[in-house]
Write a protein that binds this ligand. Structure first.
Ligand SMILES: O=C(O)C(=O)[C@@H](O)CO
Ligand SMILES: [Mg+2]
Length: 259
């Protein structure tokens, strides 16, 4: 049975960030994920998580200057000191939120020397993985489609796997976002089977419009069954932009609600 985490950066945006935890719980979610919690102190976010009785499935390490177009720095040569400092920041939040999976965004690497970017990525991910291992935290790498994020360091799932193999740390894994995977790779049933055991987090949204997983070119009941069949027992993040009001679009979730 798939287990879904509401993505609070995209869902329940009718209310301020700190109120989205209660809204997700009221809608029947038992877990949440979000991009960045850093505008609020860790203990404040942790209080909201606790009050709502939720688990935090995933969040991202600080990405640099998001408003200026930065999308992480794990693969940006020259930004190693900042990346490493951010490991400490993310770790403080992960401890407070009891979150065991962190996504380290890599950056836009257009025009940069690929070998230098890969070398920086491997060293940065090793550093982060070693720091997080002591806390039982897994670091995940997410390939992101080149239509929504042109120039992002990694766009294809198998490219992500090859990079993870180079990092060679047991607590580094793939974040399999089926929205990006469909756009860049396709053949999702076989892809999930081929990657089974090598992804630690899954995300979903319809393709091409990134809405609820009940429309578009993907057959979600089938894909959820494939994830079950290959033994994936982790969270599935609902990283979609609701078509309208968030709760009005949750019909697809009714069969999966707990209780
Ligand atoms: O865009 C996505 O997909 C994500 O999962 C984000 O964490 C990265 O922008
Ligand atoms: Mg994603």
């Amino acid at each position: 049975m798939p287990r879904f985490a509401a993505n609070l950066s995209m869902m329940f945006t009718e209310v301020p960030f700190l109120d989205r935890f209660a809204a997700a719980a009221a809608a029947g979610f038992q877990a949440v994920e979000f991009l960045f919690p850093y505008e609020h102190p860790p203990e404040v976010v942790a209080g909201k998580v606790k009050e709502a009785g939720l688990s935090v499935a995933l969040f991202n390490m600080p990405p640099g200057d998001w408003a200026a177009g930065e999308r992480g720095m794990a693969a940006i040569p020259g930004r190693e000191a900042e990346f490493r400092e951010n490991v400490g920041v993310a770790l403080r939040y992960a401890r407070a939120l009891e979150c065991r999976t962190l996504h380290g965004m890599c950056g836009i690497t257009t025009g940069m020397d690929r070998a230098a970017c890969e070398a920086s990525f491997v060293e940065n991910y090793r550093f982060a993985a070693d720091a997080l291992a002591a806390e039982g935290i897994t670091l995940v790498l997410e390939p992101i489609n080149s239509r929504n994020m042109p120039g992002y360091f990694v766009a294809h799932q198998r490219e992500g796997i090859a990079l993870i193999e180079r990092v060679a740390r047991p607590n580094v894994s793939l974040q399999l976002d089926l929205y990006h995977a469909q756009i860049m790779d396709g053949d999702l049933s076989k892809l999930i089977e081929a990657l089974a055991g090598r992804f630690a987090h899954v995300q979903v949204a319809s393709v091409p419009d990134r809405h609820e997983p009940d429309e578009g070119e993907l057959n979600f009941p089938h894909l959820f069954a494939v994830l079950d069949r290959v033994g994936y027992a982790g969270w599935i993040g609902c990283e979609y932009n609701p078509r309208g009001e968030t709760t009005a679009g949750l019909g697809w979730f009714t069969p999966f609600r707990a209780g």
